[in-house]
Design a protein around this ligand. Structure first.
Ligand SMILES: C[S@@+](CC[C@H](N)C(=O)[O-])C[C@H]1O[C@@H](n2cnc3c(N)ncnc32)[C@H](O)[C@@H]1O
Length: 255
């Protein structure tokens, strides 16, 4: 089932939590000169126009990115500085998703593998991201992620940001990460998940937190005014880059 389109949700509080955390992790990973591989299983379309009809239908960014970007003390945070730069370079109201954030923060010596299954989203990504170090895959991210790992260079990160359209996806994600870690023990694995009223995420989170992964980090936030549906957002990182936890925890205070 591929009915989910991220444009309806781009820039919402969960996206801010996910994308700001990703910026911090990538900033830490790029402190060393050594090249790295970035893989993403559910890449989306790269950038989202917050002034288009779909985004205006839900207006979700107004409670997230658009609200927080007005806070002067956050302006120099890598996430807001990057979104500002992208808006200046690409156009007003353009919001960068994970794939474009990665492209903007990584170096020419790094390699990107972006997987996306939805034909329309893949086409949009293909039109936007024609860079020599970027490989685009119109394929299932779970199958592709396992097939491409361990990558070359071995140093790197895999981002998994599924749409959780079916209830079984939570279990699929946990099993995927367990298998992936066996194949690529040193890889940084970055997962985003929704915190729902029905608590569907809980068995997955429990399985991941008790699996014995090295350098495990979890950040789970609740949105104070939301009582139904997605009431919060979670990020789990395996092999968390050295000394990045403090900055990751700072992001929680924004909500
Ligand atoms: C939450 S969105 C990703 C948003 C993106 N990571 C971002 O930050 O801009 C999930 C995406 O996964 C795609 N998708 C769903 N199932 C997939 C699968 N099995 N393999 C690859 N992509 C898939 C959807 O079409 C959708 O674009």
């Amino acid at each position: 089932m591929l009915s989910y389109q991220h444009i309806y949700h781009a820039g919402n509080p969960a996206d801010v939590h996910k994308h700001a955390s990703l910026c911090v992790v990538l900033q830490h990973l790029t402190q060393k000169d050594k090249p790295l591989t970035y893989l993403e299983t559910h890449a989306g379309r790269g950038v989202y126009d917050l002034s288009c009809a779909e985004a205006l239908k839900t207006r979700e960014a107004e409670k997230g990115f658009l609200k927080l970007k007005k806070q002067k003390e956050l302006k120099d945070h890598i996430y807001f500085a990057l979104q500002d730069r992208i808006e200046k370079e690409i156009g007003a109201n353009i919001y960068a998703g994970s794939a474009f954030i990665a492209e903007a923060l990584l170096r020419a010596s790094d390699t990107l593998h972006l997987m996306e299954l939805h034909p329309q989203e893949y086409q949009a990504l293909y039109r936007l991201m024609r860079y020599p170090n970027t490989h685009l895959h119109h394929r299932d991210g779970y199958e592709g992620g396992l097939a491409l790992c361990p990558p070359q260079p071995r140093r790197g990160i895999l981002v998994i940001d599924p749409s959780y359209e079916v209830k079984t996806e939570y279990d699929k994600v946990a099993n995927f990460l367990l298998k992936l870690h066996k194949k690529w023990a040193e890889g940084v694995l970055f997962l985003w998940y929704p915190v729902l009223n029905e608590a569907l995420h809980r068995p997955m989170v429990e399985k991941l937190l008790t699996a014995g992964f090295p350098k495990l980090y979890q950040s789970e936030i609740r949105f104070p005014d939301v009582k139904e549906g997605m009431i919060g957002s979670g990020v789990i990182v395996i092999n968390t880059p050295y000394q990045s936890e403090k900055e990751l925890n700072e992001i929680k205070k924004w909500f």
